[in-house]
Design a binder for this molecule. Structure first.
Ligand code: PHE
Length: 454
């Protein structure tokens, strides 16, 4: 693979990695997870998770990709001839995520247009489930594709596949160079506006007030590690793939720290913005903030339209901007997810990028139609649950255990990264990956299984 494509600049690579990390998870997952797991006190387990698992794993994945210069299956194969399956498992998880992630972005596109005239009216929840999703009454009833979603979904896939077809530096890098700065600026504007709203202070108080008992709660720690994994796009084959396009001389360790902190910084910003806005809405409705908190799809498509309805001036503007930030954050992540299987197909079958984009993207976009049906949301919830609770933990656990204990390559990989980085990692890095992370992930697996049996 000597003529492998390369990033045009270090800045380009970092933006692409940050673009993958910053996604829907930062905007709608983090605020609710933090709030439910101790508020201000959550930051302790969260920071510990970032420093003991998030950044060490990012370094590991950057090193794997850089050293073995392949998509995830090829890189794992080059690490050890019996390890290719792990790459495919991670690619498979990424593939599944891409099929529903695309549909959520399509909803966000629709909502950036609905915002122009507040088309959701004064009952945003009814509008979302009734008109937008036309959700069937019984979960098993798929009921055909929802009219009106196809164009938005088509836009999502066409843009994603075009960017990937253009290649690493001319496609992925260029896209991120435009949309990540745009995303950050727009999001900052929204957050600044949000914290100047009436009631914002109560919202922020609710968010930050620490519940110190959370520190002693195993669940809170599991939530912190889970959030870090999802948010940093770790164990999805993504970071291995992206770093396989790094030039020979790259400060891997530093890049990982920058990516990790940039992602968490954005996440914190999102928490502040979301809770300021929730505080505002709670005040308008005369409710305690705790009663209006929601995460996930409900936050984006039920609560935010309600907040936008009440916005004092410029609601169409702020509404459209909010949903566009979801679209941008989502697209830069989706591109990274789809690239994992485009690269894997290329490496495995020796086909051109164009063919791999058409094959991988073609299959994924057709499957994504399942989630665009009237029963789509039910399926999305189930698939998302299994991916988050088993797909990721299993992939992450297998990754660290395999590398640390079976092929025993932590030291070799560390030497590889340290030789080209200004910032060097020491013993702590091996302890984190060889001991702390496996124990935590093992505990998470066990906890998930226990909960599912209960
Ligand atoms: N990390 C991104 C997020 O927080 C996107 C992502 C999610 C990427 C899941 C891969 C898998 O939303």
């Amino acid at each position: 693979m000597e003529n492998r494509q390369q990033w045009g600049s270090r800045y380009g690579f970092i933006l692409a990695a940050v673009g993958s990390a910053i996604g829907l998870g930062n905007i709608w997952r983090f605020p609710a997870v933090a709030y439910e797991n101790g508020g201000g006190a959550f930051f302790i387990p969260y920071l510990v998770a970032l420093l003991t698992a998030g950044i060490p794993l990012l370094i590991l994945e950057f090193t794997l990709g850089h050293k073995y210069r392949g998509s995830a299956p090829l890189s794992y194969f080059r690490l050890h001839k019996n390890a290719e399956w792990l790459g495919w498992w991670q690619v498979f998880v990424a593939f599944v995520i891409s099929t529903y992630y695309a549909v959520i972005i399509a909803w966000a596109i629709k909502y950036s247009i609905y915002s122009l005239n507040l088309a959701w009216g004064d009952k945003p929840s009814d509008f979302f489930y009734g008109e937008v999703l036309q959700l069937s009454k019984t979960p098993g009833d798929i009921g055909g594709i929802v009219p009106g979603i196809l164009i938005a979904l088509l836009i999502v896939w066409v843009v994603t596949l075009l960017v990937l077809y253009k290649g690493v530096s001319k496609g992925i890098e260029r896209f991120n160079k435009i949309f990540i700065p745009a995303l950050v600026i727009m999001f900052l504007l929204i957050v600044i506006r949000a914290i100047t709203l009436d009631g914002a202070a109560q919202g922020l108080n609710t968010f930050f007030t620490p519940d110190w008992s959370a520190i002693n709660n195993g669940k809170v720690w599991v939530a912190a590690y889970g959030q870090i994994f999802f948010s940093l796009s770790i164990a999805f084959a993504i970071m291995v793939t992206y770093s396989s396009y790094l030039p020979k001389k790259s400060d891997i360790n530093n890049n990982a720290f920058i990516t990790g902190f940039a992602n968490s910084g954005f996440e914190l910003l999102a928490g502040i913005g979301v809770f300021a806005a929730l505080g505002f809405m709670a005040m308008q409705q005369g409710l305690p903030v705790a009663e209006v908190v929601k995460g996930g799809i409900g936050l984006a498509f039920e609560v935010f339209p309600a907040i936008i309805n009440e916005f004092p001036g410029g609601n169409a503007f702020f509404g459209t901007m909010f949903f566009l930030t979801l679209v941008f954050a989502g697209m830069t992540s989706l591109i990274s997810i789809v690239e994992t299987y485009v690269a894997a197909l290329q490496d495995k079958f020796g086909i051109s990028r164009t063919k791999a984009v058409l094959m991988g993207g073609g299959v994924a976009s057709v499957i994504s139609l399942l989630f665009a049906t009237k029963g789509g949301l039910y399926m999305l919830d189930i698939v998302d649950y299994f991916i988050n609770n088993f797909g990721i933990t299993l992939a992450g656990l297998a990754e660290v255990v395999l590398i640390a204990w079976f092929v025993k390559q932590l030291g070799g990989l560390q030497n590889h990264a340290n030789a080209i980085s200004d910032l060097r990692t020491g013993l702590w890095w091996k302890v984190c990956l060889g001991v702390i992370t496996p124990i935590l992930l093992g505990y998470m697996m066990f906890d998930n299984i226990r909960q599912n049996l209960a």
